[in-house]
Write a protein of this length. Structure first.
Length: 180
């Protein structure tokens, strides 16, 4: 990489596991589009296949000359090669036997200008994180369930109030009829 450190965007990693080594090729066109549009830059990539006996095979990005990853390799010639053997081994340990995973390190180019201005202003990152989509969906479902519960309780309370008022009116009418 020839860019000065001040111009780098935030760097993230992700591991995507494919249980049973089943994948449909839908990811690569999306990743290529992000690279072509200057949203991300691939800094390093490894594909790890964990065998049923627990052993694993790893293919570094530089080793992948054919297949769908070759096109990505053509675009991203200036790799940092950040992944160590320990990174690959730790990822393989986390995989289920019979699975394949991609371990990807990428720079968020879209955020580089903001990150650079923060650094030039003397700021420093003190926290960062990701919220998994599954967690967001679970929170949204819980909130929706709470809203529905509250609506049902309010409806039941309203029905009970209507029944109470109707009983009071009926009792008053009976009392008035008994006076006549």
């Amino acid at each position: 990489m020839t860019e000065p450190i001040d111009e780098l965007g935030p760097v993230d990693y992700l591991v995507v596991e494919f249980p049973g080594s089943q994948f449909n090729g839908e990811i690569m066109p999306e990743l290529l589009a992000l690279v072509r549009h200057g949203v991300v830059r691939i800094l390093d990539l490894a594909v790890i296949r964990k065998n049923d006996d627990g052993s694993y095979d790893a293919f570094e990005f530089e080793d992948l000359q054919e297949g769908p990853l070759a096109e990505l390799r053509e675009i991203e010639r200036d790799l940092a090669q950040l992944l160590s053997d320990d990174d690959v081994a730790a990822t393989a340990d986390a995989l289920e036997p019979g699975s394949t995973a991609a371990l990807l390190i990428y720079e968020n180019l879209w955020a580089a200008p903001l990150a650079s201005s923060v650094r030039r202003s003397g700021g420093q990152l003190v926290a960062s994180g990701r919220i998994p989509v599954q967690q967001l969906l679970a929170a949204a479902e819980a909130e929706l369930a709470q809203e529905i519960t509250e609506e049902i309780e309010a409806e039941l309370d309203a029905e009970a109030l209507v029944a109470e008022v109707a009983a009071t009116i009926e009792a008053d009418e009976e009392a008035d009829a008994g006076k006549s």
